[in-house]
Ligand binder design. Structure first.
Ligand SMILES: [Fe+2]
Ligand SMILES: [Fe+2]
Length: 310
């Protein structure tokens, strides 16, 4: 690395620190502000819960679907932020006796993810207070983190970049005018997005820095690791789509035949794949960062793996 690159990297980390300080928020004072969730509102925006895919449901039932998905959103973020934070702490040690701005930027990143996990635990509990009994989310964040962190750092960082980019898209969808959308959930998207912007930049810095240490063969294996991680995420989404559709059919207040139940489960899975895989992977910035690191044929392998998840 040249001296110019070092300076420029340093100022990039410094900019992330400045943004982190400028946007910093508090869970109670800024986000929740003594409010509760109200089941008259949708919890996720339509373009995000893919309500149009739930073709057999009434508008009240579609609202219930968005509330179930909102609870799952809080659970999935609590889960992914566990392994993201563990990886960020690990990366901060690479800089510990070097670039102190990089250390500070990553420590702030970690601190923010710990706060986000607490926010999403609070949101999950508050949604649980207003929805019927019987919802389940049986996936343990630490079990998932152990599986994810056993894969190469490159693949974990690529998955993390995907995740941190889709939180930005989710915020942009949440600001669309929709009087039925919960103001409290809207604020969860807003405040999460404020701190995720610099996380995506730090993901890019760390992925690029780490990538430069890999041989071509190691990078090629890392691409396979990334594809494996996306498949593991998809396994979680399939299980949760089955669980959430079973909960919906049990609690929607009418009989649901086997064929309709299958269609509802498929719609939940399509929504979750959009929310947690494709919306980040299709983000232009994700393609830009990855294409700077991998060959066309490696990019083709990733695209083919993503295309199989429809
Ligand atoms: Fe976060
Ligand atoms: Fe983040």
């Amino acid at each position: 690395m040249t001296a110019t690159e070092t300076v420029s990297d340093g100022s990039r980390y410094a900019r992330c620190i400045q943004s982190s300080k400028r946007v910093r928020w508090d869970i109670d004072e800024d986000v929740i502000r003594g409010r509760r969730f109200d089941t008259d509102h949708k919890f996720l925006p339509d373009g995000f819960s893919l309500v149009d895919r739930f073709t057999t449901l009434s508008s009240d039932e579609k609202r219930f679907v968005s509330q179930i998905q909102g609870r799952t959103y809080a659970n999935i973020f609590g889960l992914v932020e566990r392994f993201i934070n563990a990886k960020v702490l690990e990366l901060s040690r690479d800089h510990a006796l070097g670039d102190q701005e990089a250390v500070e930027a990553l420590v702030r990143f970690s601190d923010e993810e710990l706060k986000h996990q607490e926010l999403f635990r609070r949101v999950e509990m508050m949604v649980g207070e207003v929805l019927p009994e019987g919802y389940r989310f049986d996936i343990d964040p630490n079990d998932v983190a152990r599986v994810v962190l056993a894969r190469s750092t490159w693949s974990v960082l690529a998955l993390t970049l995907d995740i941190e980019l889709f939180t930005q898209l989710h915020y942009r969808q949440s600001i669309d005018a929709d009087a039925e959308l919960s103001e409290l959930f809207r604020d969860v998207f807003l405040f999460h997005w404020k701190e995720e912007c610099q996380h995506a930049l730090l993901d890019e810095f760390e992925l690029t820095r780490h990538d430069a240490t890999l041989t071509a063969a190691e990078r090629d294996r890392a691409v396979d690791d990334f594809i494996g991680l996306v498949a593991a995420v998809d396994g979680i989404l399939q299980a949760q789509a089955a669980s959430d559709s079973a909960y919906f059919t049990a609690k929607c207040g009418r009989g649901v035949g086997a064929e309709e139940a299958r269609a509802i489960e498929a719609a939940f899975l399509a929504a979750y794949r959009w929310q947690y895989i494709h919306s980040g992977a299709k983000h232009p910035y994700f393609g830009k960062v990855l294409s700077g690191l991998i060959t066309d044929s490696q990019g083709g392998r990733i695209e083919a793996a993503l295309a199989s998840l429809h």
